[in-house]
Design a protein. Structure first.
Length: 414
């Protein structure tokens, strides 16, 4: 009796499950909201206490100044002691006028005391505000510093360094949850990219080997001078089909490899890369009567020379193959401008509607046809060029040229 196979083991769960139920006292958890509330509430309380104490001391001083008598009786004579009423110096004034003058002097003295209290209070408020803002800025930076660590790790991951992890220590708050979730996502991404690289390596071997064997067998049979004409014709057809399959496999593998960011970068002169691509296509261009021209100024970028040459080669090949039957030309130029290296490939050719330009970058898409069915290529050239440009942090744009043809513009950071 056959035994029932055991069910597959469940995948490991992440360290933090966003759907897990909260504890019996969720408000006791040291979340960012609670920590910021306590921090800024405590700062406001301390600032209020300091401001209240300072105002209390200033008010006490103002009361002492405002209630002080503006005169003294010395040796039976009245001596004015307040600077607020310097005009009250007459000792021979009638009692009514003297009392009125002294009352006015006291009011003026109180006014000066209140003005002094207001100015000092404003200065105290300004000083405490500066201190509070500086302290709040420092505390906010300390609380939010884990976000900086998460951001720096994310930037390193953008550079295809998937081995980086945040591994954030600290209280079990929202930032800790975010960091743990991000680490879990990086684990899965690293496994996925590793699996993809392994698949590409295996597919490269498994797909190339039988095609190479088929090509060898066909070439051996075609080299037999005694083979019938029908068999030779069939062999040539199969050889062309096999060659097309090899091109398709090479294009697919290159497209899969170029989807990732370039980890190891070296200085590459875009002008040299473009010139090498032009030299490879020169014979085909001469056979089709297409003139290749253009000046290529030095433009050194950081990247992979082989992949960058593939961009130039694909663009120049397309420009030569999709050209007019007579008096066609292809212009290939390179320049360095505004911290960017620019590769420009223009060509004469059939009129390309603007609404069909974006479709040219899709795999197996050509102008007015969606599947492979032409001897001009396998329909992956522009897709590979776009993937390689993105992997180098650049981009590629296609614009219809007035009178027919295209203008392909590749920009890469210097």
């Amino acid at each position: 009796m056959a035994t029932t196979p055991a069910p597959p083991a469940a995948p490991p769960k992440p360290t933090w499950d966003p759907g897990q139920p909260e504890g019996p006292f969720p408000w006791l958890r040291p979340t960012i909201r609670i920590r910021l509330t306590l921090l800024y509430g405590g700062m406001f309380l301390i600032a209020g206490i300091l401001l209240l104490s300072i105002i209390y001391l200033l008010a006490a001083q103002a009361l002492r100044q405002g209630n002080a008598l503006p005169f003294q009786i010395v040796g039976g004579q009245v001596k004015v002691t307040s600077s607020s009423c310097p005009g009250v110096v007459g000792l021979e004034l009638p009692p009514d006028q003297f009392n009125a003058a002294i009352g006015q002097c006291i009011l003026e003295q109180r006014r000066h005391a209140l003005d002094d209290l207001l100015s000092r209070s404003l200065m105290a408020l300004l000083g405490l505000s500066i201190i509070a803002f500086a302290f709040g800025y420092a505390m906010a930076g300390r609380v939010l510093s884990p976000l900086g660590k998460i951001t720096r790790t994310a930037r390193r991951v953008v550079g295809s360094d998937l081995t980086r992890r945040i591994e954030l220590d600290g209280p079990d708050d929202e930032l800790k949850e975010l960091a743990d979730t991000f680490d879990e996502m990086l684990d899965r991404l690293e496994r996925a990219f590793t699996s993809q690289q392994r698949f590409v390596a295996n597919a490269s071997h498994e797909l190339r080997t039988p095609l190479a064997i088929n090509r060898t067998l066909l070439e051996v049979h075609l080299s037999d001078p005694g083979a019938p004409v029908e068999l030779q014709q069939l062999g040539k057809t199969l050889l062309a089909t096999n060659e097309r399959s090899e091109q398709l496999v090479e294009g697919l593998l290159l497209l899969a490899r170029s989807e990732n960011q370039i980890v190891e970068r070296k200085p590459v002169d875009l002008a040299e890369v473009a010139s090498r691509a032009v030299d490879q296509v020169r014979a085909e261009a001469d056979a089709k009567g297409v003139e290749i021209r253009g000046e290529r100024a030095p433009a050194v970028v950081q990247g992979n020379g082989v992949l960058l040459e593939r961009i130039a080669l694909n663009l120049v090949q397309n420009a030569v193959r999709y050209n007019v039957p007579e008096d066609g030309w292809v212009e290939v130029t390179t320049t360095a401008q505004h911290d960017q290296a620019v590769l420009l490939v223009s060509n004469t050719g059939p009129v390309v509607p603007a609404y069909e330009v974006d479709n040219l970058f899709e795999p197996f898409r050509r102008l007015r046809t969606e599947r492979t069915g032409s001897d001009k290529g396998v329909g992956l050239g522009l897709s590979i060029a776009r993937s390689v440009a993105r992997a180098h942090g650049g981009r590629i744009q296609a614009m219809p040229r007035e009178g027919g043809g295209l203008v392909m513009r590749v920009t890469l950071p210097l």
